[in-house]
Design a protein around this ligand. Sequence first.
Ligand SMILES: [Zn+2]
Length: 135
Amino acid sequence: MRDNELFRPPQVRPTYTACPTMSTPTACPVCTLENTYRDGALCICPDCGHEWSEDDAADGAAEEGAKVVRDANGQVLVDGDSVILIKDLKVKGSSLVLKKGSKAKSIRLVDGDHDVDCKIDGVSLSLKSEFLKKA
Ligand SMILES: [Zn+2]
C-alpha cells in the first residue's frame, strides 16, 4: 500500500511534481501514457523508461499547442483549408444567417474565441471552429 501511495498519491503532495505544470500531465512522447513524473530537469516515464528534458517538452507543447485549431470532429484545421458550417449561424450585428452547409474556402486561423477567419459569399466572418468541419 505504501508503495502504491508513493507512485499514485490521491491528494497527498508527492516528493516529485507532476510533469510539467500544465493543466494536464504531459504524455510520454514514446508510449503516450501520462503516468510521468519529474526528476530534477528530467521527465521520466515509468511505463516505458523514456527520459526527456522537461524544458524541451514544455517549449514544444507551448508552441504547438497554441496554434492547433480543431473542427467539430476534432480534425486539425490549418490556414487555407476549406470548411463547411455544421449548423445555421446568425451573424452578430446583422440580419444575415449563415446556412448549415455553407462552404468557406481559404480559412485563416486567428487567436481568440472566434478562431477562424473566412469569407462566405464574399462576406468576411470570424467563426468558431466548433461549428465547422473540414471540407
Ligand atoms: Zn513512456
